[in-house]
Design a protein around this ligand. Structure first.
Ligand SMILES: Nc1nc2c(c(=O)[nH]1)N[C@H]1C(S)=C(S)[C@@H](COP(=O)(O)O)O[C@H]1N2
Ligand SMILES: [Mo]
Length: 402
């Protein structure tokens, strides 16, 4: 049976949803949430857009951007290069009939449903922000630190910056009648239920504190000036600036607004640091992303000996703007500053260049280390945790000079 036909255990229930949505959805001929799942055929991920091998590395249901593909691109990551992190597959959702429902004990009255058109008619705002998976760089726990972690083996390509346009979540909550008693929100996606190790965890959902929701969270319906593409959450997704990507729920279907604290497997088990030195249930749910840097080079890079190369890269931080980037070609013994240029956004990245003449032919490693406006600097080693989240250490980029 297709899991999409089974309502999640914590679904507000057909009665409430149908009432909130005017009872107009055909409930027999389509899935319960009006989505069309994509088949995962022949081991291909259920991603809609094309994934040329020179642009993306595919890991199961996910696609990682190759950093060299960003070379020559402007500040924003174009949609065709933006990484995709799907727990299951990209659903196709009909914006004309689908509604976004807010419900729960933190609202003055019953559920309130917004049509896509309602969203478009509300005052719009834009935010230029990165979305980065908490597991970005996970592979380096093994490759650089010789530590065993589990999860998707991303290098550094599970990050992208876009200009998102939509409605402030704060405005939506106000319209829905959120009361002062509300303490937690649970945005939930319309994609299929996620089954991990034989256990059905339900639809992707993760509690969001009310304080963050009221601060700078967007319900986005545009990415880089165009309607959100299916893979990135069409018709609407959350954009939670500076926080781990999983907070930015795609294909947003409903938001529970609760007067009681809420939890889901994405806050209790997943997206927490587990391991030695951490509390038995793990550290607190992950929020802000650390400081990161990447070169726009192939892995390994191949560069010609005996001449200068202008290297390009980008650095970002969930704490705010990156203010400084240094590069080392001697394993971090000495560092020289990179030149930062162009646009900067507090929750975006900064582009930089570094003129490098390889000291010799053979194998080298290039290190880029960023510092942000709060004084946070990329460490030499990232803090071990069993699920390999938050790799913020300096990555050692292999370079073959010939
Ligand atoms: N509904 C839903 N939202 C989701 C996910 C998902 O699988 N389903 N993946 C999350 C994770 S883990 C990340 S890192 C980001 C990735 O966003 P992108 O695919 O647009 O790059 O979406 C988040 N939102
Ligand atoms: Mo993620």
């Amino acid at each position: 049976m297709n899991p999409l036909f089974t309502p999640a255990k914590d679904d507000p229930g057909p009665g409430r949803t149908a009432a909130a949505e005017g009872g107009t959805r055909p409930r027999v001929t389509t899935t319960t949430d009006g989505t069309t799942p994509l088949p995962v055929a022949g081991g291909r991920p259920g991603i809609r857009k094309s994934l040329p091998p020179g642009t993306f590395a595919v890991h199961g249901t996910n696609a990682e951007t190759r950093w060299e593909a960003l070379r020559g691109e402007d500040y924003l990551t174009p949609e065709h290069l933006f990484f995709v992190r799907n727990h299951t597959t990209t659903p196709l959702i009909d914006a004309a009939t689908r509604r976004l429902t807010l419900w729960g004990t933190g609202l003055r009255a019953g559920p309130v449903a917004f049509t896509y058109r309602d969203l478009l008619e509300m005052p719009a705002e834009t935010a230029t922000a990165f979305i980065e998976c908490a597991g970005n760089g996970r592979r380096f726990y093994g490759e650089q630190q010789n530590q065993k972690v589990s999860g998707t083996r991303w290098r550094l390509g599970a990050v992208g910056v876009a200009c998102w346009r939509g409605v402030r979540l704060a405005a939506l909550l106000e319209r829905a009648g959120m009361t002062a008693a509300a303490v937690a929100l649970m945005p939930r996606g319309l994609d299929a239920e996620y089954v991990e190790g034989g256990e059905n965890l339900g639809r992707v959902r993760r509690p969001l504190p009310v304080a963050k929701a009221l601060d700078d969270v967007l319900v986005a319906y545009e990415m880089n000036g165009r309607p959100l593409p299916p893979d990135h959450g069409h018709p609407a997704r959350l954009v939670v600036p500076g926080w781990v990507g999983v907070a930015s729920i795609k294909w947003l279907g409903d938001i529970e607004v609760s007067a009681e604290p809420l939890e889901s497997p994405w806050s209790t088990r997943l997206y927490r640091m587990h391991g030695p030195g951490l509390p038995p249930g793990g550290g607190p749910p992950l929020t802000r992303i650390g400081v990161k840097s990447a070169f726009e080079l192939t892995w390994p890079a191949r560069l010609e000996a005996g001449r200068e190369h202008l290297l390009h890269g980008r650095s970002w931080s969930g704490n705010g703007q990156v203010v400084r980037v240094d590069v080392s070609d001697d394993e971090g013994v000495s560092w020289r500053p990179a030149r930062l240029h162009g646009e900067r956004h507090p929750s975006g990245w900064v582009r930089w260049t570094f003129a490098w003449t390889p000291p010799s032919a053979g194998n080298h490693r290039l290190l880029a280390r960023a510092a942000d406006e709060t004084g946070a600097v990329q460490p030499v080693r990232a803090a071990y945790n069993a699920l390999g989240y938050g790799f913020d250490a300096v990555a050692r980029h292999p370079v073959v000079v010939a």
